[in-house]
Design a protein around this ligand. Structure first.
Ligand SMILES: Cc1ncc(COP(=O)(O)O)c(C=O)c1O
Length: 423
């Protein structure tokens, strides 16, 4: 892809760390996703048809009616006090008793990841990640000069045993998506959560737990977040940072994320945030707070989970029916993503252009690896298409796969040239 490196880097005074940045394959694919007729399995976008437009509109009107001068004014760097209270209440529902003073409101959880990296990482410091990992976290950490150490992930999340067994220099922090990870859909087991906390305390390593998808559980039982489990072990909470967002359950356009941090780290992150953007937008915070206090999020979650559950089933059933043994995948208990691997030697990056010809796209797994990518892997998102569209997208993917296997990777060269000409 021509977006892989910045094209003008060599002729400009751009900083080396910026020239070295890879453009996100996912963001590049967003352009394709907007093409008419495209059925995209690529984006990590939440379902726009599920946005509570009416409820959010009401919260906006309320904020402007009740506190216009506060909502339009500068605000505190750590966030509006009332929203921090609401987020502490949200954390209580997730099983973690935290004080509003432990919460920092950020511009999406992406900013929380950036702030944490800036607060913790000196250039060359080691950061441990599961392999594969959320791409934009890799980008944010790399900008702070992190060097990556990776451990594989399986159906129970990151193989924590590998971290525990490694007697080399300890990383500055470990970054993990603990529920329905992006991209693998895997959830970190309770046993591994406990092992991780004991290890972090022993080795003095910060645990950065990123949890945007936990509320989107469609089956099974939730495990407590690390910040909650850490309270069982004296001293362990000192090492636990929790990051989450309203993006996946309310709206990503609002850009409201948050971090729950031990006091030493909270103070450092607030100092860094002051330098970066002073504070997150006051008006959107006032809106988010009123929305959370209205109870509509809690009321709507069952419907949201049912919608995603039906979409997950439609995608997994169609993949099973169309690909049989040639594609292996797990059925995630929630979230938005299915991670799959071809067992017939298909290279997912080679399949993408053929799929694009058929008007469907996905993200080749290679995009989620810092090194040694698995060429057979792909990430499929079921969030934005309805069950009928998901079945059709899988039909298209299966056609592209058949053509690629038959040595006719482009539609023009294959038997379906006539059909493709109309696209
Ligand atoms: C694992 C993970 N973390 C963080 C984010 C960032 O979300 P936001 O900045 O919208 O809160 C995403 C978005 O896709 C994600 O998948």
């Amino acid at each position: 892809m021509d977006q892989d490196t910045l094209r003008y880097g060599a002729d400009t005074p751009l900083a080396r760390r910026v020239v070295a940045m890879r453009s996100s394959a996912v963001r590049d694919l967003l352009r394709d996703a907007q093409r008419p007729g495209m059925l995209s399995l690529a984006g990590g976008l939440p379902a726009a048809d599920q946005f509570d437009v009416e409820g959010i509109e009401r919260a906006f009107a309320q904020a402007m009616r009740e506190a216009p001068r506060q909502a339009l004014q500068y605000g505190a760097t750590d966030g509006q006090a009332s929203l921090r209270e609401s987020l502490a209440a949200l954390m209580a529902q997730r099983g973690a008793a935290v004080e509003p003073a432990d919460v920092v409101v950020t511009a999406g959880s992406q900013q929380a990841l950036d702030l944490l990296a800036r607060a913790l990482v000196d250039p060359g410091d080691r950061v441990a990640l599961e392999r594969p990992s959320y791409l934009a976290a890799l980008q944010a950490f790399a900008l702070s000069g992190a060097r990556f150490v990776t451990v594989p992930a399986d159906a129970d999340g990151a193989c924590v045993e590998r971290l525990v067994a490694d007697n080399g220099p300890a990383p500055k922090f470990v970054y993990l998506v603990t529920n329905f990870a992006n991209p693998t859909g895997a959830t970190l087991s309770l046993e591994r959560r406990r092992a991780l906390i004991g290890w972090a305390l022993r080795r003095r390593v910060v645990l950065v737990e990123d949890d945007p998808y936990g509320e989107l559980r469609v089956e099974g039982v939730a495990h407590p977040p690390l910040v909650a489990l850490a309270r069982e072990t004296p001293g362990a909470a000192h090492w636990c940072a929790y990051v989450s967002t309203l993006s996946k359950v309310m709206s990503p356009g609002l850009r409201i994320g948050f971090a729950v941090l031990p006091r030493w780290l909270r103070d450092a992150v607030v100092r860094v945030k002051q330098a970066l953007d002073l504070h997150t937008g006051t008006l959107v915070q006032e809106v988010a707070d009123r929305y959370l206090r209205s109870g509509r999020l809690a009321q709507r979650l069952p419907q949201l989970r049912a919608t995603y559950g039906a979409r997950r089933d439609a995608l997994c059933d169609a993949l099973g029916a169309r690909f049989g043994d040639s594609l292996r995948f797990g059925r995630p208990e929630g979230g938005m993503f299915v991670w799959a691997r071809f067992t017939d030697g298909t290279d997912a990056s080679a399949l993408l252009p053929a799929a694009r010809d058929e008007d469907t796209i996905f993200v080749p797994g290679a995009a989620f690896y810092d090194d040694a990518p698995d060429p057979s892997a792909l990430r499929l998102s079921y969030a934005t298409l309805d069950p009928g569209q998901l079945a059709e997208a899988v039909e298209r993917l299966a056609r592209a796969h058949r053509r690629l296997r038959a040595g006719n990777p482009t539609a023009a060269a294959g038997l379906e040239a006539g059909a493709a000409a109309g696209h």
